[in-house]
Design a protein around this ligand. Structure first.
Ligand SMILES: [Zn+2]
Ligand SMILES: [Zn+2]
Length: 461
């Protein structure tokens, strides 16, 4: 049997997940993620795919995050008409996230073209549009956890819970030619053992080859109880100040984690004195997806027969009018709004109304990339600009680092340790420092045959 895997993305970096699997007669794309992180890197999204579109027979996605799914609409725009296999909750989340990604691409191109017009340069096309993204959705094939599906003759896929976000999967691929069977396990993104909502990742026992993410291969998360104390004390201080609390939140995962934690600690954190708003249309849709697929995780996030989180003073504000009503609340509101890195979205309106007020609190619960407004605030800027106006930063800024959707080094090493046969493990989806640290630990603790995957590298399975 001759099965080859080529590493085409998320090598030495965390975004742009993309692998090509070739059998004697077929080619399968494992992942089709967007490259993120600055203009130069993102230009690479426009490069040709690593094989002619007409040679691709099937696509498999581990989960809905854009760095794993975000080039699917581009693939379809360039002519791919075949199936896209993914777990059924992932499909639902892609229906929310891919059109939004298309919309953002259109806005980006519009902005770029304004600049180009001034300099007499030719306009550019968006990477893909909202319509391209909507067109791609009909090619999605839903697969349940543990279901076996043949994607091309001789290749079957099975998804297992990766515990990272709703629908996230560890991808098991089996190759059979009548006499031999070979198994490839791709970890996808692996969840954190103390994640509030998601269950811990599934632990496979056997594989011939493993691809494993390594995002936090050099880090141990702080104990979860400390993070809870930290969050609790923010509510306590804020309650004494009589201001509002703003929480910029990522649509999928972090928002639902927060809602669950607030319900869990409702009395302890004195949340009965507050009105809680989820002010994000996408965040609301994602929360509804968590309600629809509530059987996929162990904790109770929603009341029985309800699509609302189990919080008595909770409001989801979908329309612009409802969102604007929040502006009249001068104190006692907890406002969860996107975008997570404050690069756009409704959080800008709330910053405008609150950031200058020393009684207010801004609680940062997620990673802030370089170059974003969120990062500038975390780094201590004393003023920000919104719609051409300057506002002083007088609100208290709290950074809560312990809420992670990714496992840390301990999780990663323990996950690999469950493979009884110690198969070769290729590290992907990580920056070099994290990968080197993880490699050392896998070798010294488990004598694992671990290798850092390189872009363009081809291996036999
Ligand atoms: Zn992810
Ligand atoms: Zn990822």
């Amino acid at each position: 049997m001759s099965i080859e895997l080529e590493f085409c993305g998320a090598t030495g970096e965390v975004t742009g997940s993309l692998y090509v699997i070739r059998t004697a007669e077929h080619s399968v794309l494992l992942e089709c993620g967007l490259i993120q992180g600055g203009r130069a890197a993102e230009e690479r999204n426009r490069d040709p795919f690593p094989l002619p579109i007409e040679d691709i027979d099937a696509v498999i996605l581990s989960h809905a995050h854009i760095d794993h799914s975000g080039r699917v609409p581009l693939l379809v725009r360039r002519g791919y008409r075949g199936p896209i296999y993914t777990q059924n909750a992932t499909r639902t989340l892609c229906e929310i996230m891919l059109p939004d990604s298309g919309y953002l691409n259109e806005k980006d191109a519009e902005w770029e073209n304004k600049k180009r017009a001034k300099n007499g340069k030719k306009p550019i096309e968006p990477l893909y549009t909202q319509e391209d993204a909507e067109n791609s959705l009909s090619q999605f094939e839903s697969v349940r956890y543990d279901e076996l599906v043949e994607v091309v003759p001789g290749v079957t896929v099975r998804f297992h819970d990766a515990g990272h976000i709703l629908g996230s999967s560890i991808v098991e691929l089996r190759f059979a030619d009548g006499t031999h069977t070979r198994t490839l396990i791709f970890s996808g993104d692996l969840g954190y053992r103390d994640a509030p909502v998601m269950d811990p990742p599934y632990r496979p026992k056997h594989a011939d080859v493993v691809l494993m993410e390594s995002t936090y291969g050099d880090r141990l998360h702080r104990p979860f109880a400390e993070t809870m104390e930290e969050l609790g004390s923010v509510f306590e201080v804020a309650s004494a100040n009589q201001g509002n609390i703003l929480i910029p939140a990522f649509t999928v995962g972090r928002t639902q984690d927060l809602l669950y934690l607030m319900a869990e600690h409702f009395d302890e954190w004195g949340l009965g004195d507050w009105t809680i708003f989820l002010d994000s249309p996408m965040g609301i849709e994602a929360t509804e997806a968590y309600a629809k697929y509530r059987h996929l995780y162990g904790v109770k996030l929603f009341g029985p027969d309800s699509h609302l989180p189990d919080l008595p003073n909770f409001h989801m504000t979908r329309t612009t009018e409802e969102s604007m009503m929040i502006n009249q609340v001068k104190s006692g509101a907890i406002i969860i709004a996107g975008s997570g890195m404050m690069s756009g979205g409704r959080i800008h309106h709330h910053l405008k109304n609150n950031i200058w007020n020393p009684a207010c609190h801004l609680v940062i619960v997620g990673y802030q990339a370089h170059g974003t407004l969120g990062r500038r605030i975390v780094d201590g800027t004393d003023k920000i600009k919104l719609w051409g106006e300057t506002y002083p930063v007088r609100a208290s800024v709290h950074t809560i680092g312990g809420l992670s959707a990714h496992g840390d080094r301990q999780d990663l090493v323990e996950w690999y340790a469950s493979f009884e046969n110690r198969p070769p493990v290729y590290l992907v989806h990580g920056e070099p420092r994290a990968q080197n640290a993880l490699l050392e630990h896998l070798k010294s603790e488990l004598q694992a045959p671990a290798i850092i995957a390189e872009r363009g590298q081809k291996i036999k399975i």
